[in-house]
Design a protein around this ligand. Structure first.
Ligand code: ZN
Length: 497
């Protein structure tokens, strides 16, 4: 057995794993410069991160780890199929349109928060130390016991000069925990109301419960799913069609580019998805005095205009669309898709999927969480250190909380659904939002976090809020690698940002 291969087998055994014969043959066939032992370690980490308990590595486990050079991504040789003929592969995993059934009465929100608690507790229990989580009633204040781990929704937060207090509720009861040590107090101050946190507590001398560590359900560090072919998705949001500030010319340049008449052929030929994450139109009556900002005050005609634009997207591309706070559908989250009386012109287009907000889809096997981003204002306003220039950082706060709109009673209306559909249950490969009108992206624990910017010039409202938008920049994501490039349509000749 060659030395490198022997090392790989040893490494697998040391980790407690067997190599299946197909995995062994795969390692044998690797190029000489490859490092099979490292590959094995990465595959083990990825398998554990997926929660896959099987203690044997297969060829598929190993293949998932390998970077894919362009020529190897194509399963079908390029000469046999032109990229234009690659069918799009859209799988709708979650769409609230058919699942919204708000409850009535005083108990309605209690049901929502119970559902939130149990869903987030299940996620917290999947953490490596999650099995240690106990009920808050098990914490006997005053008794000298060791560290206990508890988890609960944050009912109240009081920031004092030398400490921060959190009141946690976990259905078994309520407990006030005091974060006094500097780092822990800061972590407590960052916590959003109504989110679930996990806290290590000890009993203090005065019979109080002292927090020694505070953390979030979070997403695991993971290897994302990649498309097996090189295909691209482009993301847009906040077009605000109907607004006087909608950048029609820039959007027309984007359409010309998608039609393959603007160069950039290597990418454009492989664009399979155009994803619109809300505020496609500007709506009407969304804020006081909006009429003065509208070029087209009828929301029905705004949708007709939108359809006229989307009709120009080549039909081999799938267009996916969710509503935002400007679209004419229920404002409280989760939002069902824009209803038929408005969306009729879109429904006539064969390649358009109109979904609710938030929605989860798989595009060529890549799991994408689509969310307009209504709660991002609340997150920026209540988390120290965050700004509107870096919306991806605010989106990371939501991923860590595993919830799209933790704060109840902020600027984000929530519907009293008996099931909390805003919990981030699956781990997305791409988490995309808009609403802030600023393009921003970063990778977080394997997930691409992306805020799409806008196709509207700066409004007076944004100027007052100190928001400087980045209009007409297009993020283009290679679904085979989750790498991102940006195209700039703000000027007549598309340049590169
Ligand atoms: Zn918005």
């Amino acid at each position: 057995m060659p030395l490198k291969l022997a090392q790989a087998v040893q490494e697998a055994l040391a980790q407690g794993y067997q190599l299946r014969p197909d995995a062994y043959r795969f390692l044998e066939g690797l190029a000489a410069e490859a490092d099979p032992a490292t590959l094995v370690v990465q595959a083990v980490v990825a398998k554990r991160a997926r929660g896959d308990a099987e203690m044997a590595l297969s060829r598929a486990d190993l293949e998932q780890i390998l970077p894919r050079p362009p020529e190897e991504v194509e399963v079908v040789p390029a000469k046999d199929i032109s990229p234009a003929e690659i069918p799009s592969e859209v799988e709708i995993v979650r769409d609230p349109t058919t699942s919204v059934h708000p409850a009535a009465g005083g108990e309605a929100f209690a049901l929502l928060f119970r559902s939130r608690y149990y869903k987030l507790l299940a996620i917290a229990r999947q953490r490596p130390d999650g099995h240690q989580i106990q009920r808050v009633v098990s914490v006997k204040t005053g008794a000298r016991e060791g560290t206990k781990k508890i988890a609960g929704l944050v009912l109240a937060k009081r920031i004092r000069r030398t400490s921060t207090e959190l009141v946690l509720d976990d259905e078994s009861g309520r407990l006030t925990v005091i974060a006094g040590e500097e780092g822990v107090a800061r972590a407590a101050a960052d916590v959003a109301l109504d989110q679930l946190v996990i806290v290590d507590v000890v009993s203090g001398r005065r019979g109080d419960a002292l927090a020694t560590r505070i953390y979030h359900p979070d997403i695991p560090d993971h290897v994302p799913s990649f498309a097996k072919r090189r295909v691209y998705a482009v993301f847009v949001s906040d077009l605000q069609v109907g607004s006087r500030m909608f950048l029609l010319e820039a959007f027309q340049r984007l359409l010309v580019w998608l039609q393959g008449r603007g160069g950039d052929e290597a990418i454009v030929r492989r664009v399979k998805y155009v994803v619109i994450v809300g505020d496609a139109v500007d709506g009407a009556g969304v804020y006081p005095g909006q009429d003065a900002d509208l070029e087209e005050p009828s929301t029905v005609r705004q949708y007709e205009r939108l359809a006229q634009l989307l009709e120009q997207v080549p039909t081999q591309m799938s267009v996916l669309l969710i509503p935002g706070n400007h679209d004419p559908t229920r404002q409280a989250l989760p939002q069902p898709a824009v209803p038929r009386e408005h969306a009729e012109p879109l429904a006539r287009l064969p390649n358009v999927y109109s979904l609710g907000n938030p929605a989860v889809v798989r595009l060529h096997g890549v799991q994408v969480l689509l969310y307009h981003g209504q709660s991002l204002y609340d997150v920026v306003a209540t988390t120290p250190g965050l700004t509107f220039e870096k919306p991806a950082a605010a989106m990371k706060v939501l991923l860590k909380a595993r919830h799209l709109a933790p704060m109840y009673g902020g600027r984000t209306p929530l519907a009293p659904e008996p099931e909390d559909q805003l919990v981030i249950e699956g781990v997305p490969d791409i988490f995309v939002a808009g609403h802030i009108h600023t393009l921003d992206a970063e990778k977080y624990r394997g997930t691409l976090v992306l805020n799409c910017g806008t196709w509207q010039a700066q409004t007076q409202y944004q100027a007052n809020m100190g928001i400087r938008p980045t209009p007409a920049l297009l993020p283009v994501v290679d679904l085979a690698t989750l790498d991102l490039v940006v195209r700039d349509f703000s000027q007549p000749s598309p340049g590169r940002a």
